[in-house]
Design a protein around this ligand. Structure first.
Ligand code: FES
Ligand SMILES: [Fe+2]
Length: 412
């Protein structure tokens, strides 16, 4: 396992100590009343702290099982800053192997591929099998020396758990099972489970977005801003409605999902050319209950994933924080894909056009979010930044603060 207590207690930067002291001076009630210190969103040292001590103890989504259907299928991933290889071996198991060669630490390159039998380090050609075991090391001595080397050396592995077909990796061997933290999402899978959904994976954006990962996901989870920022693209799914407003699920200790469900003004809406609206490009899934066809449910699963349960699809994004001011996103609003769809939708003769239209509609929403994200991030540098005031539509922001507070104080 990768969890290395040494790496979890580095010499800590005084900036991080100051921020953690400030956070420790708060309590669960006060973090739900005000924003966390701005430095948590801007300081490179604090980002390093998050990587090493928060993300390394959190379940990180790296993709879907369908992306690795056969033994020999492999793909790269990065988990809490660690380069990893996700591989399905001959025993059918999916593993998360460290890509750091156990000879002298060269990073073993890996691209998404099929039919791989092994991984060879480019520096001295040490070779590992799909389970991470050393199988070859040239010029390292006679057969007996090789045998003992093979017994002693393997690529370290991290924990892998599968949740509804999503591959989650955790560097912490002590972390509670992935499903525990996402238990509150189970009821939302009703009806989708029986629909035989097939993934259309997204591709990760190649340019980091110039803001902190928390700025990114706060925009996703904010039920207050759509009415103002997303005029013309989100009016079909308002946070307030005469037949029932946005519903927030309660946040309990150990929860790793922050969930809100918003009404649509008519059932069976979804993404279309102008954002959320009708007719939806992905037809409603027949196995869903009528109540599910009237709402969109948004789930934030920090730090690596978001889900939207819509009548026609489950849409997901993958997020990879890479710097204090750098966030990579694989996202239906930027790169397309990130959908779980019934086969009947994929078989529609005009599916490609429908998918392109969804991307256009989602891009309009994205174009509205871009300037406000830049601006929210810029505000963190101001001496006049307020502590923040949360209104009734900002419960998910308070819940996210609660999640961060727990993660930071547990790690600190
Ligand atoms: S560092 Fe990998 S073979 Fe030497
Ligand atoms: Fe938004």
């Amino acid at each position: 396992m990768l969890h290395n207590p040494k790496s979890l207690r580095p010499q800590r930067d005084p900036v991080v100590d100051r921020l953690l002291a400030e956070i420790r001076g708060l309590d669960e009630a006060s973090v739900q009343r005000s924003m966390l210190p701005a430095g948590c969103y801007t300081e490179p040292a604090f980002f390093e702290f998050e990587q090493k001590e928060v993300f390394a103890r959190t379940w990180i989504c790296v993709g879907r099982v369908e992306e690795l259907p056969e033994p020999g299928d492999v793909m790269p991933a990065e988990v809490a800053g660690e380069p990893m290889i996700i591989a399905r071996a001959d025993d059918g198991q999916i593993r998360a192997l460290s890509a750091v060669c156990q000879h002298r630490g060269q990073i073993i390159p890996c691209e998404k591929a099929k039919g791989r039998r092994n991984f060879r380090c480019p520096l001295h050609f040490w070779t590992y099998d799909l389970q991470g075991r050393l199988v070859g090391a040239p010029r390292m001595g006679d057969a007996a020396a090789m045998r003992s080397l093979r017994e002693a050396v393997a690529l370290p592995q991290a924990r892998v758990e599968i949740w509804h077909g999503f591959i989650f990796v955790n560097l912490d061997p002590e972390a509670p099972p992935v499903a525990e933290g996402f238990a509150k999402l189970e009821p939302f899978w009703d009806g989708y489970r029986d629909a035989g959904l097939v993934p259309v994976p997204p591709s990760m954006g190649s340019t980091p977005l110039p803001w902190n990962w928390k700025t990114h996901v706060e925009n996703f989870t904010d039920a207050y801003h759509p009415e103002y920022v997303h005029r013309g693209t989100h009016d079909f799914a308002p946070s307030t409605h005469p037949d029932g407003d946005v519903v927030f699920t309660p946040m309990r200790q150990g929860d790793n999902a922050i969930v809100r469900s918003v009404p649509m003004i008519r059932p069976d809406g979804g993404m279309m050319l102008d954002g959320w609206g009708e007719p939806a490009m992905f037809p409603a899934i027949e196995t869903l209950a009528p109540e599910q066809r009237k709402r969109l449910t948004f789930a934030l699963m920090p730090p690596s994933m978001t889900l939207v349960f819509a009548p026609g699809a489950v849409a997901y994004t993958l997020i990879r924080p890479v710097a204090a001011l750098g966030t990579l996103a694989a996202n239906d609003r930027v790169t397309g894909g990130g959908w779980l769809l019934p086969q009947s939708t994929l078989d529609l003769p005009d599916f490609a056009e429908r998918a392109a239209t969804v991307l256009k509609g989602a891009s309009k929403i994205w174009a509205q979010d871009l300037p406000v994200n830049l601006s929210m991030q810029a505000g963190k540098n101001s001496r006049f930044l307020p502590d923040g005031i949360y209104g009734p539509l900002e419960v998910t922001l308070q819940q996210f603060n609660f999640w961060l507070f727990r993660a930071y104080t547990r790690a600190g």
